[in-house]
Write a protein that binds this ligand. Structure first.
Ligand SMILES: Cc1cc2nc3c(=O)[nH]c(=O)nc-3n(C[C@H](O)[C@H](O)[C@H](O)COP(=O)(O)OP(=O)(O)OC[C@H]3O[C@@H](n4cnc5c(N)ncnc54)[C@H](O)[C@@H]3O)c2cc1C
Length: 317
C-alpha cells in the first residue's frame, strides 16, 4: 500500500489537533506516515500512534527551528522522491500553505489549498469565493499536495505503531537564505487558539462595547471555547484584530460556532460557515445569519447569554 505523508504540526513535543485530523483522512487512502521536523518526536510519538500513524519519518535536527519553511519544503520534496507517496497532507496554517507551495514547485506537483474534506480517489472539497461555492477538485500532475483546513475533518482514533524512522537529511545552503534571528512568545490566555478550537463564541456590533465583550468571554469560558469577533467589533476597537473571523480575518471550522449580535455579512460567513453546528443569538429575526443557523434564538443577547451561562454552569456542577 502506498504511503500518505502527513506533515505533523507540533509545538515542541505537543502534537496539534489538526495532525490527528490529517492522519484520520490519510488512513482512507494508504498507509499514514507522519513526518516530524525538528526535535521532540519521542514525546509526540504516542499521540501520532493514537491516530494510526504507521511510521514517523523524523528529521530531528534543531537547525530546522533556525529557519522558516524552506528547509522543511526541501525535506518533503526529498521524501517524495525517495518514497513516492500517493499524497502529502499539510495543515492549512500559514507555514503549511507556504511549505506546500514550495514543495509543489520543487516536485512539479499540483497543490489544493483550504481543503475541507476528501472523497473518492483523493477528490478534495474546497470552499471558494468567500465560502459561497463548494467545489470538488483533484490533482492531476505529480504527487497530490493537500492543504487541509484545521477542524474541517473530525479526528478519529485508530491504533498505529508510529515506528520512528530517522531520516538522514542535510539542509542545503539555498534553504538557509533567511534565518530566524529571534522569537517572541505570543501572549496566550487559558483559552484555546481560535483556529483550532472545537467551540468558538463570537461577538459582533450587537455586543455594543469592549467592556460588554466580558459577557462573550464568560460564555466562551463556560464552554471551554475560543472567542471570535466580527470586523465591526474589531474595527471599533472592542476586541483585538487577531480574533476577527471572516474573509479578512481568521477562518474557523469548529464543531460549534455561536454568533452573538452578528448580522451574517458575506465577509463574516466566509470565515465560519463550514462550522459543523451554528448557533445564532440575534434580536432581529430577519438577520441573514439565521439562514446558516442550525439553532437560532431571536432575542437580546444580554438576556439570552447570561441564562445560557447559568444553565451551562449548572450542568457542569
Ligand atoms: C473587503 C471587506 C472585508 C471584510 N472582512 C470582514 C471579515 O473578515 N469579518 C467580518 O466579520 N466582517 C468583514 N467585513 C465587514 C462586513 O461586511 C460587515 O460589515 C460586518 O461583518 C458586520 O459586523 P456585525 O455583524 O458585527 O455588525 P452588523 O452588521 O451591524 O450586525 C449587528 C447585529 O447585531 C444584532 N444586535 C444588535 N443588538 C443586539 C442585541 N442586544 N442582542 C442580539 N442581537 C443584537 C443586530 O440585529 C444585527 O444583526 C468586511 C467588509 C469588506 C468590505
Amino acid at each position: 500500500m502506498a504511503e500518505i505523508l502527513v506533515l505533523a504540526e507540533h509545538a515542541g513535543e505537543t502534537v496539534k489537533k489538526v495532525t490527528g485530523e490529517m492522519l484520520t483522512a490519510a488512513r482512507a487512502y494508504g498507509e499514514p506516515v507522519a513526518v516530524w521536523v525538528a526535535p521532540g518526536a519521542e514525546g509526540g510519538r504516542s499521540r501520532l500512534a493514537e491516530f494510526g500513524a504507521v511510521k514517523v519519518y523524523v528529521a530531528a535536527s534543531s537547525e530546522f527551528d533556525d529557519y522558516v519553511v524552506a528547509p522543511r519544503a526541501e525535506l518533503l520534496a526529498s521524501l517524495i522522491e525517495q518514497h513516492a507517496p500517493a499524497a502529502v497532507l499539510v495543515a492549512g496554517s500559514p507555514e503549511g500553505r507556504e511549505t506546500a507551495a514550495r514543495v509543489a514547485i520543487k516536485t512539479g506537483s499540483g497543490v489544493l489549498t483550504d481543503v475541507t474534506g476528501l472523497g473518492d480517489a483523493l477528490t478534495a472539497e474546497q470552499s471558494i469565493f468567500g465560502g459561497g461555492i463548494t467545489v470538488q477538485s483533484k490533482v492531476r500532475s505529480g504527487t497530490p499536495l493537500i492543504v487541509v483546513r484545521p477542524n474541517a475533518i473530525a479526528a478519529v482514533p485508530a491504533d498505529g505503531a508510529a515506528e520512528l524512522v530517522s531520516v538522514d537529511f542535510t539542509i542545503s545552503d539555498a534553504a538557509k537564505g533567511a534565518k530566524v534571528t529571534g522569537r517572541v512568545e505570543q501572549e496566550r490566555g487559558e483559552r484555546p487558539e481560535l483556529t483550532e478550537a472545537a467551540i468558538v463564541v463570537s461577538g459582533g456590533r450587537g455586543v455594543g462595547s469592549g467592556e460588554n465583550f466580558a459577557l462573550i468571554e464568560r460564555l466562551a469560558d463556560a464552554l471551554g471555547a475560543a472567542v471570535g469577533a466580527s470586523r465591526a467589533a474589531t474595527d471599533a476597537g472592542w476586541y483585538p484584530h487577531k480574533f476577527q473571523v471572516g474573509q479578512t480575518g481568521k477562518t474557523v471550522s469548529p464543531q460549534l460556532y455561536i454568533a452573538c449580535g452578528i448580522s451574517g455579512a458575506i465577509q463574516h460567513r466566509a470565515g465560519m460557515q463550514t462550522a459543523k453546528t451554528i448557533m445564532v443569538i440575534n434580536k432581529d429575526p430577519e438577520a441573514p445569519i439565521f439562514e446558516l443557523a442550525d439553532f437560532g434564538v431571536v432575542g437580546d443577547l444580554f438576556k439570552v447569554v447570561p441564562q445560557l451561562i447559568e444553565d451551562i454552569e449548572k450542568r457542569a456542577v
